[in-house]
Write a protein of this length. Structure first.
Length: 382
């Protein structure tokens, strides 16, 4: 696939991939790599080991028998760097471009001697290929310490490493939802570092973003950049309320969905997610995108039902903050879910708990519905 006259996509669209990083369910996954054909030829990153044969075939097709001069390593994570040793052995005159941290970490993954083949770059260093000149910008902890991006001033391309990537195969059109799920589950902890990178990118005239996962972005770049700005500031993107629940016998689910129906009847946008029915990365993503969250869960072993406890631990690990959270608990004889959820939320920054908690004892009753109506009114007022 041609990106511009001189820039060729040589990545692999793995439509059979069902799990990413051993944990996130996906409907395929792209492993992106690019070749810049100029007086000097640069290969921009490699790909995951399980697609290395198809990736190398794409590289050779793009090269048309020519020898590459450089391999640029923006990110050393194995799904983007598995082909480094393969290329280094296949093209012994090829130089490898990275930063100090790249080459410090590289021996952890590859037993290859690059002593006389390294080009070490730092902030704002350039590499001239002919018409195309790459400028390197360091992006530590977006989302590994060695990450950098590069900007091609000729075609105005930002090679953005994992930034602006998304889950899913190339044919998937829904960038926002899968882009958000990718961002919050993979990069989300490092909002401050993303903000630093966005400030650097704001000084560039960017026409195309070439990430290491997902689609090449050419249209409406302001939209994608504005979403990254909102997400990395931990601000609410979506208006309304997000109701997250788990349920053992259906009673807590009924309470959660009754609250959602009340909110809808009052004209408030609402979305619900059962974290037992769907893997938690989906709920985690939406929890960041909304400003108002409701957590509904049964008491369990003097605590809270494990799926909710697990989700809260994941949220803390991703730097969940700046939210208004309402709680619904269910407990037949000794309700404990709300206190456990409060304790877990207390370790997170700028979390406002809506009081009072709605406590359901067993099946949902008329009196409980009245409490849910009052909770809905309070959520709408906030």
């Amino acid at each position: 696939m041609t990106i511009t006259k001189d820039v060729i996509f040589v990545g692999v669209d793995d439509t059979k991939c069902t799990t990413f990083e051993g944990q996130y369910p996906v409907s395929g996954m792209t492993y992106n790599s690019y070749v810049i054909m100029d007086d000097k030829i640069a290969i921009m990153d490699t790909a995951d080991e399980h697609v290395s044969e198809a990736w190398l075939a794409n590289v050779k097709k793009a090269l048309k028998g020519k020898q590459p001069d450089y391999l640029v390593v923006h990110h050393l994570e194995p799904d983007h760097s598995a082909g480094i040793k393969m290329l280094a052995e296949l093209y012994p005159d090829m130089k490898v471009v990275g930063n100090d941290k790249t080459f410090a970490m590289l021996p952890q993954y590859h037993n290859v001697d690059l002593t006389d083949r390294k080009i070490v770059v730092k902030e704002n260093d350039t590499l001239c290929l002919g018409k195309h000149t790459l400028t390197f910008l360091m992006a530590p902890m977006v989302h590994w310490p060695e990450v950098m991006v590069s900007y091609d001033s000729c075609d105005k391309i930002l090679f953005s490493a994992d930034g602006f990537g998304r889950f899913g195969a190339m044919a998937d059109k829904d960038w926002a939802d899968e882009g958000a799920r990718y961002y919050f589950n993979i990069v989300g902890k490092y909002g401050m570092q993303v903000q630093l990178l966005l400030k650097k990118a704001a000084k560039l005239d960017i026409s195309i973003i070439c990430p290491l996962h997902g689609n090449v972005l050419k249209d409406n770049l302001a939209y994608y950049i504005s979403l990254y700005d909102t997400w990395s500031k931990y601000q609410a993107e979506k208006q309304g309320v997000f109701v997250i629940y788990c349920s053992m016998h259906g009673n807590t689910a009924k309470a959660a969905n009754t609250l959602a129906d009340i909110l809808r009847q009052k004209g408030c946008p609402v979305e619900t997610e059962c974290i037992v029915c769907k893997e938690s990365s989906f709920a985690l993503s939406n929890a960041f995108r909304y400003g108002k969250i409701v957590l509904a869960a049964p008491s369990y072993n003097a605590g809270v039902m494990p799926p909710m406890e697990d989700l809260l631990h994941h949220l803390k690990g991703k730097n969940f903050c700046n939210k208004t959270v309402a709680l619904i608990e269910n407990g037949s004889w000794a309700p404990s879910g709300a206190n456990t959820m409060k304790a877990l939320l207390s370790d997170m920054k700028n979390i406002t708990i809506v009081e009072p908690v709605v406590t359901v004892c067993g099946a949902l009753k008329d009196a409980d519905v009245e409490h849910l109506i009052a909770l809905a009114d309070k959520l709408i007022e906030l």
